[in-house]
Write a protein of this length. Structure first.
Length: 88
């Protein structure tokens, strides 16, 4: 597994996934502007949590919790990578 994590294939796969995710979010953002519907960029809907919890992406509270979740996930990722770099 360590050999795969250090390979170029792993690096390209991560870049591809990141590019695809950014492109997906960009088009969702543009589409939500054209439709004038901010609920299209609800985080719970984007990650398909509504498949398990059908009503999770509905309502004002969901939009607020979605925004808070995005911020929390961002900071968790930031802290994780900052800690990982400081350990090297």
């Amino acid at each position: 597994m360590q050999k795969f994590k250090n390979s170029k294939l792993w690096k390209y796969l991560r870049a591809f996934i990141l590019f695809s995710a950014i492109t997906h979010l960009f088009f969702l953002f543009i589409y939500s502007i054209f439709k004038k519907d901010i609920s299209l960029i609800n985080f719970f809907d984007i990650v398909d949590l509504d498949l398990f919890f059908p009503e999770i992406s509905k309502g004002t509270l969901s939009q607020i919790l979605s925004f808070i979740t995005i911020i929390v996930v961002f900071f968790v990722i930031h802290i994780f990578f900052s800690y990982k770099k400081s350990c090297k």
